[in-house]
Design a protein around this ligand. Structure first.
Ligand code: C5P
Length: 220
């Protein structure tokens, strides 16, 4: 029996992570946060002496370093060469730099390879979240979802995550800037054929999880 794959793409603040973890927990599936892998690669580059504007040097650094991601939806962890970076990869300096590393095509090739290996080894299923999962990483996934939400709702959610210390306009700038930086990667634009669009603007977390679990149960 092969792995049941649920692919979830969406922009930052769409509720992708909470939703994907919730679905994985409800189904007893593994969970893979591919954004965490690009963040870990970014942490690695910033922590190193490598020139981040040299694509070949960045790719070589990522290729020779062990990035590990845990797939427990209750407690996802990430480490770089044995150092736990689970908290550090959420820092604003990482969010600000991640698009540069994520647009490095050789880095993408390396991480996508690793993502496919993790997916192939998962049992009985896995929920994979990112930007190119429905289109590139796992186009054959049994369930493919593009999670969207109005920019206002996404800014409000991001603000909730970051806490009261961050000004509204800063959060707004962060979300909008990352949309723009990410929009240079062609695969992120629209839902590919066969991908179900779920708009979470007016829905609670539980309602979105229910919808996706419904899609899974229709397939199984
Ligand atoms: O999902 P999250 O916001 O943590 O992703 C961080 C960044 O990693 C995104 O802004 C994007 O630049 C990159 N990313 C990517 N491909 C993925 C997942 C994330 O390029 N599959």
């Amino acid at each position: 029996d092969e792995c049941f794959v649920v692919a979830v793409d969406g922009p930052s603040g769409s509720g992708k992570s909470s939703t994907s973890r919730g679905v994985a927990q409800r189904k007893g599936y593994a969970y893979l946060d591919t954004g965490a892998m690009y963040r870990a690669a970014t942490w690695l580059v910033l922590d190193s002496a490598v020139d981040s504007s040299d694509p070949a040097a960045v790719a070589a650094l990522v290729a020779r370093t062990e990035l590990r991601v845990g797939t427990d939806p209750a407690a996802p962890t990430v480490s770089v060469a044995g150092t736990d970076v689970t908290a550090a990869i959420r820092e604003p300096r990482i969010s600000a730099a991640v698009s540069t590393v994520a647009t490095n095509l050789e880095v993408r090739r390396l991480l996508i390879d690793q993502q496919r290996q993790i997916i192939a080894a998962a049992r009985p299923g896995i929920v994979v979240e990112g930007r190119d999962i429905t289109t590139v990483v796992a186009p054959d996934a049994q369930v493919r979802v593009l999670l969207v939400a109005d920019p206002q709702a996404r800014v409000a959610r991001r603000k909730n995550e970051l806490g009261e210390t961050v000004a509204d306009h800063e959060v707004h700038d962060q979300v909008i800037r990352r949309d723009r930086d990410d929009s240079t990667v062609a695969e992120f634009h629209d839902a590919a054929p066969g991908v179900r669009v779920v708009d979470s603007t007016e829905l609670s977390l539980d309602e979105v999880v229910d919808q996706i679990v419904g899609l899974i149960d229709d397939q199984a």
